[in-house]
Write a protein of this length. Structure first.
Length: 232
């Protein structure tokens, strides 16, 4: 399993150097702010299945969209402003989702399914909570304000970027409630996100097989980036 850790580190180095090479310290700050806040947020209640492999995938899930925006600046320098807007939007969305998940898991008493509105156990994909939403919005504003030096001095655009972050968080919940794979164990009957349970493959009961939590994160941050680029 060791190479996965190296893979994760390589992914982080690739993301970090791309961002720093293209945008220097001002572009790196919101990225650093996101990663520090994401790792400092309450670790104790993180889902226990987060192994080294998931950490490596997590870097890509949250880091690919902003990195692509940096590469876009290298390829099309004439569209730099638009790509920075996409960069800011994808990072802000990643932050909103991470903050919402961590705080919601730790402190929410009640969670609701984003589509049906029914009460569901917190941590269920597609579950939203008041505390989670509030914390996500706070995370969006925190990382969003760090992206301000990258954006033209229009207060409206910064506000739009933060709203995009919150929108990305909502899209994440929506995808989690619809497309994300959900499995049921054939021996213990437990339903969850893991394709393996009781040492045996579990049956897919909903969603798309390859659509796991990281894939949902990736799609949401890529969508936020695309909308951010369009706004920019
Ligand atoms: Zn089982």
């Amino acid at each position: 399993m060791r190479w996965l850790t190296v893979g994760g580190a390589l992914a982080a180095v690739l993301v970090g150097t791309s961002v720093f090479a293209v945008g220097g310290i001002w572009a790196s700050l919101p990225m650093i702010g996101f990663f520090i806040s994401a790792s400092m947020l309450p670790r104790a209640l993180r889902r226990s299945h987060q192994t080294e492999q998931r950490t490596a995938r997590q870097v890509v899930a949250n880091g690919l969209a902003p990195t692509l925006c940096c590469w876009g600046i290298l390829l099309y320098p004439e569209h730099e402003a638009s790509f920075w807007s996409g960069y800011a939007a994808s990072l802000t969305a990643a932050a909103a989702d991470t903050w919402a998940t961590e705080f919601g898991m730790c402190y929410a008493d009640t969670a609701w399914h984003i589509i049906t509105g029914k009460r569901v156990p917190k941590g269920t994909s597609g579950a939203v909570s008041f505390i989670g939403t509030l914390s996500g919005a706070f995370g969006a504003v925190m990382v969003g304000s760090l992206t301000m030096p990258l954006l033209p001095p229009y207060p409206l655009q910064s506000l739009l970027i933060c709203s995009l972050g919150v929108g990305g968080m909502r899209l994440d919940s929506l995808l989690g409630a619809t497309l994300q794979a959900r499995y049921q164990c054939t021996s213990c009957g437990v339903e969850g996100e893991q394709p393996i349970c009781c040492d045996a493959p579990a049956v897919l009961v909903r969603g798309v097989r390859w659509m796991d939590n990281d894939m949902v994160n990736l799609l949401s941050t890529l969508t936020a980036a695309a909308v951010g680029i369009a706004i920019g």
